[in-house]
Design a protein around this ligand. Sequence first.
Ligand SMILES: *Cc1c(COP(=O)(O)O)cnc(C)c1O
Length: 395
Amino acid sequence: MTKPRNPRTIAARKGIAVDTSFGAVAPPIHLSTTYVFPEFERAGTHDYSRTSNPTRSLLAETLAELEGGEGAVVTSSGMAAVDLATSQLRAFDLLVAPHDCYGGTHRLLSARRDMKHFDVMFVDQGNPEHMEEAFSASPTMIFIETPSNPLMRVVDIRAIAERARRAGAKIAVDNTFLSPALQRPLALGVDYVIHSTTKYLNGHSDVVGGAVVCAKKSEADIFAAWANIVGTTGSAFDAYLTLRGIRTLFPRIAQQQQSALAIARHLAKSASVERVHYPGLPSHPGHTIAKAQQSGFGAMLSFELAGGGEAARRFVETVRIFTLAESLGGVESLVAHPATMTHAGMDADARQAAGITDGLLRLSVGLEAEEDLIEDLEAALAASRPARPLRKKRA
Ligand SMILES: *Cc1c(COP(=O)(O)O)cnc(C)c1O
């Protein structure tokens, strides 16, 4: 039998109907921590579940095929995946990361730098001069996150990867915001893809997990060995749930991004909204690159309310369908206020410099009916306006 190549088919079918014990169609979950040695001095395929586990291996193979890589390591969280991807860096190696990367990634890389495990330079990767400056410092690895959180900035993966290859640097892309359904960075020339599977891949807001997918099998083996050494591999139960989530990845994200585009257009027309950040809008500065390197614009967007922080408060106090919560990528729509939630750790000046204003709200668009979502936003936008009109009506 030839291997199915279309990622949609991989998502729906990987591991289906291959059980040899009972002919189970859905791949069984294997919770056993330990496995029989078939004979003295000889381990079977699996010996101990921290090292390898049939359920986790199936998820890893699925992720590797979805991303077009030769191997993957499934970790206990997205942060563990970021840590694993950077685990082979040594003292004085330089990692170049985006200044607006995920907050947890910024905290982890800063901590590694402070402990002198390796050097880190945070740069605006959308600025060619900053990138040239970074390359002149001879980096060992470039870490990319596109689209970025929460302003949805887009950088050109292929261009950075080509430049990095000439400089002899490894390239890692955090692909959490789009998933392999909408962006496949390995095909654009990168070495590693990182995921927080907590988000779109699992998609049901009930698993924290991560993965590193590698272009080369030999590198996946090195990461697998390290994940075993430090014990950051994911649990079998989480792997089982994540694979179950992946079955519907493509239809979920297709529906979600359709609603996200409708919502972005709607918000862009509202007088209460100052600015909308969604790469699917032609006015977005990353629209052209996004169109070229992504196969969809995704279901994450953010927007700035004209009325600032007070308007944001009134908005989130009015929404009935959008839930005020962090995280993203689930079937349920969420709204987050970055200034007081995901980016509260940044001081006000740093937030301002990063463009995270008090009136900024981020949406993760779920699977509810589009009309219901828009109606909910309409009511919240109306409530976000101050009780007195901003401008005095002419007599
Ligand atoms: C959530 C997230 C992470 C961290 O993943 P966890 O599963 O929460 O540890 C990393 N990168 C991005 C882009 C994320 O959204």
